[in-house]
Design a protein around this ligand. Structure first.
Ligand SMILES: C[S@@+](CC[C@H](N)C(=O)[O-])C[C@H]1O[C@@H](n2cnc3c(N)ncnc32)[C@H](O)[C@@H]1O
Length: 160
């Protein structure tokens, strides 16, 4: 992770691509589990790290949760800012290092955010920064792929 933030994938940083992120993946039932955890933990202050186009952040804000949405891709944040309830979210252009002192009950990393941290250094930097965003007893929840399933083998069609 560079000092200015992260190397951001073009899909999230390019405005034309950021615009099609939601239409290409309209089923966000994957976020239901995060909504349920917010309820289960009684979280009132949430940081959505790698919020992208802000679907979860806006959803939670609409439920009265105080939300900070953080992402290094400005183009994705621009999409997020146009969604219902976006005006209730605090949007931060940056990475985990921008979250210090927020005293959050919960930090979330949804979708493939965890996959952007590919070195031990990136993970250490990110986890340390997340720790500073959480109140004592606060939680980090995220999902990640299971490399043992070798999903990538089904992504590319064989060339014959
Ligand atoms: C697959 S998208 C997921 C977006 C959103 N969480 C969702 O579920 O739709 C991955 C996001 O991680 C962001 N990202 C890239 N590097 C990051 C970093 N160092 N810290 C936080 N987010 C990062 C990207 O800009 C992108 O928005």
């Amino acid at each position: 992770m560079g000092q200015s933030g992260s190397v951001v994938d073009a899909l999230f940083a390019n405005s034309r691509l950021a615009e099609v992120y939601d239409p290409l993946d309209p089923d966000r039932s994957d976020l239901d589990a995060y909504g349920a955890m917010v309820d289960q933990f009684g979280a009132r202050r949430v940081v959505d790290l790698g919020c992208g186009t802000g679907t979860l952040a806006c959803l939670l804000a609409g439920r009265g949760v105080s939300v900070v949405g953080v992402d290094p891709a400005a183009a994705s944040l621009a999409v997020a800012r146009r969604k219902p309830h976006a005006e209730k979210v605090r949007w931060v252009h940056g990475d985990a290092r921008a979250t210090a002192g927020l005293a959050a009950d919960l930090v979330t990393m949804t979708g493939n955010v965890a996959q952007v941290f590919v070195t031990d250094d990136d993970w250490h930097t990110t986890l340390r920064a997340i720790r500073t965003a959480l109140r004592t007893g606060g939680r980090l929840v995220f999902e990640t792929r299971d490399p043992a399933r070798r999903a990538w083998e089904g992504w590319t069609r064989a060339v014959t």
